[in-house]
Design a binder for this molecule. Structure first.
Ligand SMILES: Nc1nc2c(ncn2[C@@H]2O[C@H](COP(=O)(O)OP(=O)(O)OP(=O)(O)O)[C@@H](O)[C@H]2O)c(=O)[nH]1
Ligand SMILES: [Mg+2]
Ligand SMILES: [Zn+2]
Length: 364
């Protein structure tokens, strides 16, 4: 089915573009209606078909245990519905997907939002502010295919000096091409600051800890108090997990905005890389060590240690880089084993490979 020009105009308001990968897939489904997932609840989905919003049922296969969660629809997904029934037939291909590994022992991916152009990474300029966590958000965002923007809220409370210091602490993230903004999320002026990323037909998702100000920003961008917000705890600036489900809302600008519940854990899925996530300097220095397999611990001629000693590399960023590297390698192995299993092959070893001997490769 292809949308008629009339339907097409209405669908544009919820982010439809004729050049989306979903459009080609839809063309091959003659007996289907198109809609976008705007809410995800435990009990099911709500969708918007451009004209109205309604609840739909999931395909039976999605409910079965063992069905890969990332293959179920998430907020932002385009879905093909049955003609006569409010039932999802299938989820259409995505151009981007923001994911994390779900908390818990077993490896499982969790889709946060699909088909997003921009990820607005929200952090309060209070005790919520943590450059290490923001580096982690950047890794996940780079893995999604969407563009990252850091939005530091509560600048009205922090004072100018603290806001400026925070911007400096995120310079290595800004150097990757990500914008870093400081805002008062309650101030209508914030709509102007975010305008460059909220064009008609584009979709942005807000992510960040509980209490960071995602719903406050949503309300300011909407120009009305649609989302519930709640004060943070004074002692540690923690929020109260006020937003409980993800939802996609239409803005006047013609852009779509997804508000999400605050996230506690941000585990990597193993599909990411650490490229363009604020570690470029570390990675480039690491290629200049005397030994090609330098572990950057106590070896002579280690460019990373020299960089740490001189202050060129931030100690916190370095230890986070190591942590993310280890976590990524482990997640990638578990993921590979899972994929082998899905193809009916034995899991293989998920043990870490032994370290190579240091003197194997001496580079003059
Ligand atoms: N002064 C000031 N207060 C803010 C700002 N941003 C958020 N707040 C306040 O911070 C508290 C938490 O904001 P919420 O918007 O509920 O936070 P959230 O990120 O949606 O939190 P969850 O829904 O729990 O994930 C509220 O009391 C807001 O009024 C800001 O820029 N300035
Ligand atoms: Mg909220
Ligand atoms: Zn080294």
């Amino acid at each position: 089915m292809q949308p008629t020009p009339d339907q097409q105009a209405r669908l544009t308001g919820i982010g439809w573009r004729a050049d989306l990968p979903a459009a080609a897939a839809l063309a091959a489904l003659p007996a289907a209606r198109l809609a976008r997932v705007i809410e995800q609840h435990r009990s099911g989905y709500r969708v918007d078909d451009g004209s109205s919003e309604f609840a739909v049922q999931s395909p039976a296969a999605w409910i079965r245990a063992g069905f890969p969660p990332q293959d179920r629809a998430a907020v932002g997904d385009w879905v093909a519905l049955a003609l006569e029934e409010d039932l999802i037939l299938q989820c259409l291909p995505r151009f981007s997907a923001l994911k994390r590994a779900a908390a818990g022992e077993h490896y499982k991916q969790q889709l946060i939002a699909a088909n997003v152009d921009v990820v607005l990474i929200v952090s309060g300029l209070d005790r919520d502010f943590n450059p290490r966590r923001l580096e982690r958000y950047l890794v996940l965002t780079r893995g999604s295919g969407a563009q990252p923007v850091f939005v530091l809220t509560k600048a009205d409370q922090s004072g100018v000096a603290l806001a400026q210091a925070a911007i400096e602490l995120l310079q290595h993230l800004a150097d990757t091409g990500a914008a870093v903004l400081t805002v008062n999320a309650k101030d209508p002026q914030t709509r102007e600051s975010l305008r460059p990323w909220l064009h008609a037909g584009r979709t942005a998702v807000l992510v960040g800890s509980s209490g960071a100000g995602k719903s406050t920003l949503t309300n300011t961008l909407l120009g009305e108090m649609r989302q519930r917000t709640a004060n943070v705890r004074e002692t540690d600036s923690r929020g109260r997990h006020t937003t409980t489900f993800r939802s996609l809302l239409r803005l006047d600008s013609g852009a779509c905005l997804i508000d999400t519940p605050g996230m506690r854990e941000l585990k990597l899925t193993g599909e990411e890389t650490l490229d363009r996530s604020g570690f470029d300097l570390i990675e480039s220095l690491a290629t200049q060590c005397r030994f090609r397999d330098c572990q950057h611990e106590r070896e002579p001629g280690c460019a990373v240690q020299t960089g740490l000693d001189s202050g060129e590399i931030d100690v916190g960023a370095w230890s986070n880089y190591r942590k993310l590297q280890t976590e990524l390698a482990h997640a990638a192995e578990v993921l590979q084993a899972r994929q082998r299993e899905d193809r009916g092959l034995p899991r293989g070893s998920t043990q870490k490979p032994a370290r190579r001997r240091r003197d194997e490769k001496f580079r003059p």
